[in-house]
Design a protein around this ligand. Structure first.
Ligand SMILES: C[S@@+](CC[C@H](N)C(=O)[O-])C[C@H]1O[C@@H](n2cnc3c(N)ncnc32)[C@H](O)[C@@H]1O
Length: 395
């Protein structure tokens, strides 16, 4: 098989719609029909699958939807499919495999379905999608709302051109543009809904200007240590507020240049200052997503990374731009011991957050409200006890 016929894919499309409905992620007939109607393989004719090759190196192996029946079925599984690798980091290791950092993907269908349902679209709504990528999500929006209502923007002009071609192949011609979606859609709104499939560090001013009172903005907010999906409603005074959603999922960060990909930037670490026992382990942080999110409120600007020591032992390390760091091992006899350095006692903040989180019955992310003020300041509030964290201003 090279270019699968539409009939060949139809049973897989129907099965995916069915699977998402049975899982309770798709809850309305409109979205069930959209998933059963839009052929994902047209938007993802090839993708990269992660595997460890015979030399023990983790590589991205290219697969093609038309190669075999199995490959066609794979496109309709509920998985994220990586579709582009950063050309600066991608290195070919054999005829069909590369190493490198992913820069575009077709999002996990269940995550997309969850976000689309939470967007609560109605007939007649004008929608902006930020992060066109393959165009699959834009096609789902076209299927649900009609292509005249749909606008989609991606920073990468090549992706936009390809998405446009694929959308037109199945009869859709939404408004597409290549631009930094953090500046909204060229030419402006107003939009009833904005959905972003890349993360932003804060809600851009342009999104507020291109929505109206009662519009919904659904995006991933990246807050350093962790981030999450928020569903915000705008009001007539240009305030946007709403909860972190029950649906969890993270997206690649919005970049400001199509050819420049954000690479982790590690501040030089201060010398080791000591070790001490701690009640909070690396596993506690790794296991509990809501706790990591809480840590992001507590420690604005901090990053959470994996650290491997000379003997190969893996730790979770918190670090700040002033060189402060604190790390706890993921395994071994020193679990329960924190090692640290630098001017700030980062782990003391971790312990304070852990105590509060446990004392307040371990609230999940959907107990926290994100508020963006008209002047751009943002805060998070715990809805049960009213505790508030001001978030650091971001660019
Ligand atoms: C996870 S992919 C989007 C998936 C897409 N919605 C789909 O259905 O295939 C994230 C996309 O965001 C795009 N992106 C990154 N920074 C951006 C920005 N500042 N403005 C618009 N798009 C951006 C990337 O080029 C990438 O295509």
């Amino acid at each position: 098989m090279t270019d699968p016929a539409p009939e060949a894919a139809r049973p897989y499309m129907a099965a995916l719609a069915d699977e998402l409905t049975k899982a309770g992620v798709v809850r309305s007939p409109g979205w069930a029909e959209a998933f059963a109607t839009v052929p994902r393989h047209v938007f993802v004719p090839k993708w990269y699958e992660q595997e460890t090759n015979d030399k023990g190196i983790t590589v991205w192996r290219r697969r093609q939807a038309g190669a075999t029946e199995d490959d066609l079925a794979a496109v309709y599984r509920d998985t994220t499919l990586v579709t582009a690798l950063d050309p600066d980091t991608a290195q070919r290791v054999d005829e069909s495999a590369w190493t490198g950092i992913p820069t575009s993907s077709s999002t996990l269908p269940s995550l997309m379905a969850g976000m689309l349902e939470e967007l609560s679209v109605e007939d007649g709504h004008r929608v902006l999608e930020v992060g066109t990528g393959t165009g699959y999500n834009a096609a789902l929006l076209c299927a649900r709302l009609g292509d005249r209502a749909v606008h989609s923007v991606d920073i990468d002009p090549e992706l936009v051109r390809t998405a446009e071609r694929r959308l037109s192949k199945i009869g859709y011609a939404p408004q597409l543009a290549s631009a930094d979606g953090q500046t909204g859609y060229p030419g402006g709104g107003p939009f009833d809904r904005i959905i972003a499939t890349c993360s932003v560090p804060s809600i851009p001013q342009a999104w507020i200007e291109q929505t109206k009172s009662g519009s919904v903005i659904h995006t991933d907010i990246a807050l350093g240590i962790e981030g999450g999906l928020v569903r915000l409603t705008t009001d007539k005074d240009h305030q946007a507020r709403g909860m972190f959603t029950r649906t969890t999922g993270r997206f690649m960060a919005a970049r400001t240049d199509a050819r420049v990909y954000p690479h982790p930037n590690h501040a030089p670490a201060a010398p080791e200052a000591g070790k001490r026992p701690t009640p909070v382990t690396a596993a506690d942080i790794r296991t509990h997503y809501p706790f990591r999110l809480l840590l992001a409120f507590h420690l604005p600007g901090a990053k959470l990374v994996y650290h491997r020591d000379d003997a190969g032992a893996l730790s979770l390390q918190l670090q700040q731009s002033d060189g402060s760091w604190a790390r706890a091992p993921l395994a071994g006899q020193d679990v329960g011991v924190v090692t640290y350095g630098g001017p700030l006692d980062l782990w003391q903040q971790v312990e304070a957050a852990w105590t509060w989180w446990n004392d307040t019955s371990r609230p999940t992310q959907d107990r926290f409200e994100y508020v963006r003020e008209p002047d751009g300041r943002a805060s998070v509030c715990h809805t049960t006890d009213g505790r508030r964290w001001d978030l650091a201003p971001t660019a």
